[in-house]
Every structure is written in structure tokens, then in C-alpha cells.
Design a protein around this ligand. Structure first.
Ligand code: AMP
Length: 184
């Protein structure tokens, strides 16, 4: 499906985000943004809407970088950083960053995960926004905020494309402002 160019971001999300039941495990309805990314107009209105939310959460003030969480967060955070003429900083899964890194481990529903950030990638005195595709339980964003607070950087806010509000993720952000393009 190709979206007409006048369609807004709500219509793009409604028609181009695919629900995949029981992925990656039974009981989870996975929000697949691949069709949205593949649609030229869908991608463009998505990046515009996310950029607007980043601008809103920074209240037009300083913005030194947009951080994206591997992997889908990278796809969205990099073009948003470009649109806002700021930098992009990756938060990566364990073992991918070549330099000395900060690391945080956190509990997933099954097992544990570790995220890493290069030391010196963000520093005290800077102001950043954290961006991801989906806020579900909030565990991933909570862990990343823990990592960022250790660096002394100011986190102006968290921006997500889709917030699954029934999972209560926003309660885990410790007061850091959250902006969602779409709340489900
Ligand atoms: P969370 O439960 O908020 O820690 O979500 C963990 C990560 O998994 C997030 O970065 C999301 O991108 C992804 N995720 C969690 N639940 C879903 C879902 N239902 N559909 C798509 N991605 C999801």
C-alpha cells in the first residue's frame, strides 16, 4: 500500500503499522513499523512528527544530540537528528561499541539485557533527547535513563512513536517528560 501524499501521521500509523500477534512470543502483539518505513510518505510524516515532538519537549532550547536505542531507535533517531541539525548518539546492545563504555543491565520478561554507551559520547552540560519506536513496559527506557544519569547529561525528554499505555511504561521514567506521537 502507498499512502496519498496529503495523509497525516495518524493515518500513516493506522494503516502502515502492522500488528503481528504472538511475536516474538505468545501473547505479545508486535507493532511492526517496517511497512511504515518502506512508504516514502509514511517515513517522511513519521520523521516530521517525531521531530516536532523533540522540538516540543526541548521547548525550543538547546539540543546537543538525539540518542537512539538499538535497533529500531537508530532508524528513527538519525533522520530526526539530521532534520533538527543536531548530532545522533547510539545506545547499543552489549559488545558492539569499540571504545570504553558505560553499561547497564536490566531485567526482561525472560532473562536479562545489557545496553552500552560510549564514555564521553555525552557529557555534563549537554542537553539531549532519547528516542525509540515503541514504549512498552518502559524497562528499556528506564535502564537507558539510568545510564544517562551517570554521565551528568541533561535529558530534556523521551520521545516515542507509539506508547502502549496499557503497559504503564511512562510510570518508570522518573519524572523525565515523555512525548508520544501515538498512544494506544
Ligand atoms: P519495553 O518493554 O518498553 O522495555 O520494550 C522493549 C523494547 O522492545 C522497546 O525498545 C520496543 O522497541 C520493543 N517492543 C516492546 N514491545 C513491543 C511491541 N509490542 N511491538 C514492537 N516493539 C516492542
Amino acid at each position: 500500500m502507498t499512502l496519498p501524499t496529503e495523509a497525516g501521521v495518524e493515518r500513516a500509523l493506522d494503516s502502515l503499522v502492522r500488528d503481528v500477534p504472538d511475536f516474538p512470543r505468545p501473547g505479545v502483539v508486535f507493532k511492526d513499523i517496517s511497512p511504515l518505513l518502506a512508504d516514502p510518505h509514511g517515513l517522511s510524516v513519521t520523521v516530521d512528527a517525531l521531530s516536532e515532538q523533540v522540538r516540543d519537549v526541548t521547548a525550543g532550547g538547546a539540543l546537543d544530540a538525539v540518542l537512539g536505542i538499538e535497533a529500531r531507535g537508530f532508524i528513527l533517531a538519525a533522520p530526526v537528528a539530521l532534520a533538527l541539525r543536531t548530532g545522533f548518539v547510539p545506545v547499543r546492545k552489549q559488545g558492539k561499541l569499540p571504545g570504553p563504555s558505560h553499561a547497564v543491565s536490566y531485567e526482561l520478561e525472560y532473562g536479562q539485557a545489557t545496553l552500552e554507551l560510549h564514555r564521553g559520547a555525552v557529557t555534563a552540560g549537554q542537553r539531549v533527547v532519547l528516542l525509540d519506536d515503541v514504549l512498552a513496559t518502559g524497562g528499556t527506557v528506564e535502564a537507558t535513563l539510568d545510564l544517562l544519569h551517570r554521565t551528568g547529561v541533561e535529558v530534556a525528554g523521551v520521545v516515542v512513536l507509539l506508547e502502549l499505555s496499557f503497559l504503564g511504561g511512562r510510570e518508570r521514567l522518573g519524572g523525565v517528560p515523555l512525548r508520544s506521537v501515538r498512544t494506544i
